[in-house]
Design a protein around this ligand. Structure first.
Ligand code: HH2
Length: 281
């Protein structure tokens, strides 16, 4: 399995990428306001790279349940100083931009980003063409509605089958718009229009998503479904042990990319899970 992101091609047959999260936002559910200052965000990028991140995912808009959309100009105002500085200091780093806006994606790609992480899976009709033109990596994620409304709609007859059908359909749309199949990665959207049980089921049934034939990206880090299942009542930072368990399960089940806040700890959990995977295959 390969994932092509412009000039970088990841071979994912026996490797799991750790994607470190940097939210340049005032209101993200776990790290909101911590990295709104560009200097703090750049320092966070360097720290996550030192911890072993393979990719950095920079976002200028929170998509937590209930969050309102942020205008493209405001997203870019937050992202631009961080993205341009990291690219200048470390041009080899694979940066992903977490945005639903083709306008923001285009500007980030012009500045050197190699991946567009689109939680709306091409809701903006201009997105696919922007990604195709750059030959960038594209993450297509499943959600219903928008972050503002999604948690009102979490019922499914068969959550995995429905998510898999949606991701197949969006892959076809992306390909029709010129995105190369080998550039596409798929994400079940843990916590996006899902009950805690639905999120858990998706984690356990990753092989059915991997069967589509594209890398599977999983974003379970510090999310509230973990607290729902473990009974943790504290802030998101208290969910690190459960997040590591989720990362281990995801790796064991064949995920290819893990989007996480806690890079060093996740990288260790992944090493163990991959070693175990090798032992049986
Ligand atoms: N989750 C979040 C944001 N972006 N992208 C993908 N592909 N998959 C995810 O699961 C995912 C995502 C939400 O987490 P976070 O960025 O920490 O919080 P917020 O949306 O509040 O900024």
């Amino acid at each position: 399995m390969i994932w092509r992101c412009r000039d970088v091609t990841f071979l994912l047959t026996d490797r799991v990428l750790v994607m470190g999260i940097v939210n340049v936002t005032p209101d993200s559910f776990s790290d909101g306001a911590r990295y709104l200052d560009a200097g703090a965000a750049v320092a966070r990028c360097h720290d996550l790279l030192a911890e072993g991140a393979d990719v950095l995912d920079l976002g200028g808009e929170s998509t937590r349940p209930g969050a309102e959309a942020v205008e493209p100009d405001e997203q870019w105002r937050r992202l631009e100083p961080v993205l341009t500085r990291v690219m200048r200091e470390r041009p080899e780093v694979v940066l992903s931009v977490d945005t639903r806006s083709a306008d923001v994606a285009r500007r980030a790609l012009d500045a050197g980003a190699r991946i567009v992480n689109d939680v709306s899976a091409l809701a903006d009709p201009a997105m696919a063409a922007a990604v195709a033109k750059a030959g960038a990596g594209l993450v297509l994620m499943h959600m219903r509605g928008t972050p503002e409304t999604m948690q009102r709609d979490t019922g499914y007859a068969d959550v995995t089958a429905e998510v898999a059908a949606f991701l197949r359909g969006r892959t076809a749309v992306a390909e029709q718009a010129g995105v190369a199949r080998e550039c596409i990665a798929l994400d079940p959207g843990i916590g996006f229009a899902k009950s805690a049980e639905g999120s858990l089921e998706l984690l356990a049934r990753i092989p059915e998503l991997a069967a589509i034939g594209r890398p599977v990206l999983v974003g379970a880090s510090r999310k509230s479904f973990l607290a729902h299942l473990t009974g943790d009542e504290g802030p998101p930072q208290d969910r690190v042990p459960a997040s590591l368990a989720a990362a281990t399960i995801a790796t064991w089940q064949g995920a290819h990319v893990l989007r996480v806040h806690d890079v060093a700890a996740t990288a260790r959990a992944v090493k163990l899970a991959i070693a175990a995977r090798r032992a049986v295959r």
